[in-house]
Design a protein around this ligand. Structure first.
Ligand SMILES: Nc1ncnc2c1ncn2[C@@H]1O[C@H](COP(=O)(O)OP(=O)(O)O)[C@@H](O)[C@H]1O
Ligand SMILES: [Mg+2]
Length: 321
């Protein structure tokens, strides 16, 4: 069952007389359960899309259903079912984690007793026990992000939206937050998250959509995206004299599993192949049969950055600083 479904979702802004089409008609379907990743460079339109899905911003066109309710006609009902943790987080630095959580519980309609009980549960679940009664402004970035997560979960939402949950965190805090997100996912919460980290998308998400310039350019499982688009890469190190290279290429070119073949500077040949782990032994046998000695071999699977590069002509890493 789809927990998020949109058709032609659009948002444009008017800024100093200019029209900015931030989101240009997005169709997405997210199934219940698991983590759906929304990936793309800065300015792609991820936050704007998420703000529309969470009813914080009214679309200028299109329609959608989120957590069973219509985005335009039933925004209050949508809000009751979802949690949202924005890029900046929403905790009050001058209050403690416990105070922030109790207040949030009251805002969500819990009684004081219920809010206290839920706060205790969340403090335990997110490893905040030792900090719970300290002012939030004394927390590290990772601790603060864990509190932000807790704040988004006070009303036990079935669907949690996270906008770049790990941006700015050190690797250790990132890993800790990933562990929390996996726990949530295992407990049955559906997570919709944006990120511009490819490794994060790879590690956490069962499905991904890549957005660029306000549109979704490709969607699928991380493995599907990589496989469809690239195949695996094999690099063969060999004598780089013209005769040897020419002979090796002649032998390989006719093989059904070879998608492309080119000379690799100073080392030998680069091949894109289907199912690298199966084709590699065949390639080595062919080379042996042809009398071409192979010095080195490498097999690599495409990365999500290769996918992005292929779709947009740019590397995702070039966008960031
Ligand atoms: N309130 C706004 N007014 C004008 N332009 C905006 C506003 N919010 C976002 N934008 C523009 O919309 C585009 C998409 O922004 P955003 O959704 O924040 O991208 P992302 O989250 O992928 O980095 C950008 O060009 C941004 O400058
Ligand atoms: Mg953003």
């Amino acid at each position: 069952m789809s927990i998020i479904e949109t058709r032609g979702l659009k948002k444009s802004f008017r800024s100093r007389g200019r029209l900015i089409e931030a989101v240009k008609g997005v169709d997405i379907q997210v199934q219940t359960g698991g983590t759906f990743g929304f990936l793309g460079p800065n300015g792609a339109g991820k936050t704007t899309t998420m703000r529309m899905l969470t009813t914080l911003m009214r679309p200028t066109g299109g329609e959608g259903r989120v957590a069973g309710y219509d985005l335009m006609r039933q925004p209050e009902l949508v809000r009751q079912k979802i949690g949202y943790v924005g890029q900046a987080g929403g905790a009050d630095g001058k209050a403690t984690a416990r105070e922030n959580l109790i207040l949030q519980g009251r805002i969500c309609g819990l009684s004081l007793a219920q809010a206290r009980e839920r706060t205790t549960t969340l403090i335990g679940a997110l490893g905040l026990s030792e900090l719970a009664d300290r002012k939030v402004k004394t927390y590290s970035g990772g601790q603060r992000r864990r509190l932000d997560l807790a704040l988004g979960m006070v009303h036990e939402p079935a669907l949690l939206f996270l906008d770049e949950p790990t941006t700015g965190l050190d690797p250790k805090s990132r890993n800790e937050l990933w562990a929390e997100l996996r726990k949530l996912q295992d407990a049955g919460t559906t997570i919709f998250m944006t990120t511009h980290y490819l490794d994060e998308a790879d590690a956490l998400c069962q499905r991904l959509a890549i957005m660029d310039g306000g549109s979704i350019v490709v969607e699928g499982t991380p493995a599907e995206l990589k496989r469809q688009i690239m195949g695996d890469t094999v690099i063969l190190g060999m004598d780089t004299s013209h005769t040897v290279l020419h002979h090796a290429q002649e032998v390989l070119r006719g093989q059904p599993f070879v998608r492309s073949l080119q000379e690799e500077r100073d080392s030998g040949l680069r091949l894109q192949v289907e199912h690298g782990e199966d084709s590699l032994p065949v390639i080595l046998r062919l080379m042996e049969g042809a009398g071409v000695p192979i010095r080195t071999v490498s097999l690599s699977r495409p990365t999500l950055d290769d996918v992005f590069l292929k779709q947009t002509g740019r590397s995702l890493y070039q966008q960031q600083n």
